[in-house]
Write a protein that binds this ligand. Structure first.
Ligand code: GLY
Ligand code: MN
Ligand code: MN
Length: 461
C-alpha cells in the first residue's frame, strides 16, 4: 500500500468533486473457475484499490459526503478460513493503514444504505462490470437488476476519472516498477526465440519472469507469429525462420499498476529486407507520435499524424497510392492500421475502461468517429500533464480483410491489391511504449527496451 495520506487525500478530493450524497464502492469477490473454491487469480477492483488500497475479496465501502464518514464493510476470517488459507492481517488493521477508522461487518452495509435511502440521500455507484456486483447492487439499492446497468452515477464516474487520469509521482514509480519486470519478460522471449520452438515456449519464459518477480500480468499475453490478429491469445504455433513474432506483454507492479509494451522481432537472427522496410515505417510513426506529445495537443491529431507516416511509408513501398490526405480521410490506411494509437494506462491496462471509454478518452471538443479504424481510437482527447498513455502504432496484413476490401473494391484508388499479394503471409508489426505527459512533453517510461532494428538484431545474435 501507499502511505495513508495518499488514500486520505484521494478520498478528500473525491468528496470535493462530488459535493453531496454517498459514494458506494464494491470490491471484487473471488471468481470461480469450475466450482466455488477453485478460483481464478483474485484481482481487486481498481477504483477500490485507488481509494481504499485494501487488496482482498469480500469488501464494500462508502464515503458519506454529507456526514463526512468513511466506512469499510467486510468480514474478518473465521477460524475455518484460517485453517484453510492461513492467517491474514485483520481488515481493521489494513483499514487503519489507509486512514479508515470504521470497519463494520458486511451485513451492516444493507442497513446503512437502507437508512440513507430513507433519508433520501443520493447513493452514487460506478458501472459494475461483474455480474455478482450487479446483483449485489440490485439487492443493496432495492433497484431492478436491468436498471443497475443504467443508473450508475455520472457525477461519481466523472469525479473518479478526473482523479485517476492524473498520475502522481508515486503512481509513476509503480508503473516504472512494472516496466522493469516487463523489460525482462521481453528480453527473455526475444533471447529464446528460435526455429522449432513454439510460441508457448516463449510465453513460458516471459511468464516465468513475472512469476519470479511475484507479480501478476496486467493482461493476457499476446505472443504470436500471427501478429495480424490484434488480440491473439493462441500460443500453439511452431516458430519458423522467416516469420516475425509480435509480443505484447505487461506485468503489474506490486500495487497493481499496469505496463503494456509491444516488440516485434524475427525468428531468424535478422529481419528480411521486406520486414525491415515495414518495421522502419512503424518505428518512424511511433517516434514521431512520441515527439508530438505535449499538453494541449489532441491525441486524435497525434493518431492521424502517425496514420500519415504509415500511409506515406506504404506508398513508398507501392502498397498504397493516391493523395495521402484523401486516403486518410477515406480511412484507406485502416486496412493496415485498424486500431487506435493508444489508450490511458494506470491501475488498468486500458485505464478506467469500465467507467466508459468515451468519458475517459474523449472530451467535449472531440467527437468519436464511426469510421473503421478511427472508431477504435480509445484516447482522442486533449492531453494534460500527468496523463499516462501508450503509443502503439502498427502495420498488419490481415488476409481476410484484404480479400473483403478487394471484393468490395473498397478504397481501390488508394490500395494496390496486386502488389499486396507479396505480403499476404507477412503477419503484423506493432511497437508500443508507455509515456507520461509532463509540462514539457512526453517521456517514455522505464528503462529503454531495445526497439531499433540494430538493437533487436543484436539481441537475436
Ligand atoms: N495490450 C493490449 C493493448 O495494447 O491495448
Ligand atoms: Mn496498449
Ligand atoms: Mn499492448
Amino acid at each position: 500500500m501507499f502511505k495513508s495520506d495518499t488514500y486520505i487525500q484521494r478520498r478528500k478530493d473525491l468528496v470535493k468533486h462530488l459535493g453531496s450524497g454517498i459514494a458506494l464502492f464494491l470490491g471484487n469477490d473471488e471468481s470461480p473457475m469450475n466450482y466455488k473454491d477453485n478460483t481464478y487469480h483474485f484481482r481487486q477492483d481498481s477504483s477500490f484499490l485507488y481509494f481504499f488500497g485494501v487488496d482482498r475479496p469480500g469488501l464494500g465501502a462508502i464515503i458519506d459526503v454529507d456526514s463526512d464518514q468513511t466506512i469499510i464493510f467486510g468480514d474478518e476470517h473465521t477460524i475455518d478460513d484460517i485453517v484453510w488459507m492461513g492467517s491474514v492481517p485483520s481488515i481493521a488493521d489494513q483499514a487503519s493503514h489507509v486512514g479508515v477508522k470504521t470497519v463494520l461487518p458486511l451485513e451492516k452495509l444493507v442497513g446503512t444504505l437502507g437508512q440513507a435511502l430513507s433519508k433520501k440521500q443520493s447513493i452514487h455507484y460506478l458501472p459494475p462490470y461483474r455480474q455478482d456486483n450487479a446483483i449485489k447492487l440490485h439487492k443493496l439499492l432495492d433497484k431492478k437488476l436491468p436498471d443497475i446497468a443504467n443508473d450508475w452515477s455520472p457525477s461519481l464516474v466523472k469525479a473518479v476519472i478526473s482523479l485517476r487520469a492524473h498520475k502522481t509521482d508515486e503512481e509513476i514509480q509503480q508503473i516504472e516498477k512494472a516496466l522493469r519486470i516487463t523489460k525482462d519478460m521481453h528480453l527473455a522471449a526475444i533471447g529464446l526465440a528460435k526455429d522449432g520452438l513454439t510460441e508457448a515456449h516463449l510465453t513460458g519464459a516471459a511468464h516465468g519472469v513475472s512469476t519470479t518477480a511475484n507479480v501478476a500480468l496486467a493482461y493476457p499475453m499476446i505472443l504470436t507469429v500471427n501478429g495480424q490478429t490484434l488480440h491473439n491469445h493462441f500460443h500453439g504455433n511452431t516458430l519458423k525462420k522467416g516469420q516475425l513474432v509480435l509480443a505484447d506483454l505487461g506485468a503489474e507492479s506490486p500495487l497493481h499498476y499496469a505496463s503494456d509494451i509491444t516488440r516485434t522481432f524475427p525468428v531468424a537472427k535478422t529481419f528480411t529486407n521486406q520486414q525491415k522496410e515495414v518495421y522502419e515505417i512503424v518505428l518512424k510513426s511511433q517516434l514521431l507520435a512520441i515527439d508530438m506529445l505535449k499538453p494541449g495537443v489532441r491525441y486524435r491529431d497525434v493518431h492521424l499524424s502517425a496514420c500519415r507516416i504509415i500511409t506515406e511509408g506504404l506508398k513508398s513501398l507501392g502498397l498504397m497510392k493516391g493523395d495521402t490526405d484523401e486516403a486518410i480521410k477515406n480511412g484507406a490506411h485502416a486496412m493496415f492500421f485498424p486500431h487506435g494509437l493508444g489508450h490511458m494506462i494506470g491501475l488498468d491496462v486500458h485505464d478506467m475502461e469500465d467507467l466508459g471509454e468515451k468519458l475517459v478518452g474523449y472530451d467535449s471538443k472531440t467527437e468519436r468517429s464511426d469510421q473503421f479504424g478511427l472508431k477504435s481510437l480509445r484516447l482522442a482527447r486533449e492531453l494534460e500533464a500527468g496523463h499516462v498513455l501508450t503509443v502503439e502504432p502498427g502495420i498488419y496484413f490481415i488476409p481476410e480483410l484484404i480479400d473483403r476490401w478487394q471484393a468490395e473494391n473498397r478504397c481501390a484508388e488508394f490500395i494496390d491489391f496486386e502488389k499486396l499479394k507479396a505480403y499476404r503471409n507477412f503477419g503484423g508489426i506493432r511497437i508500443e511504449d508507455d509515456c507520461v505527459m509532463t509540462q514539457n512533453g512526453g517521456r517514455v517510461l522505464g528503462e529503454p527496451i531495445p526497439k531499433s532494428i540494430a538493437e533487436i538484431e543484436a539481441l537475436r545474435n
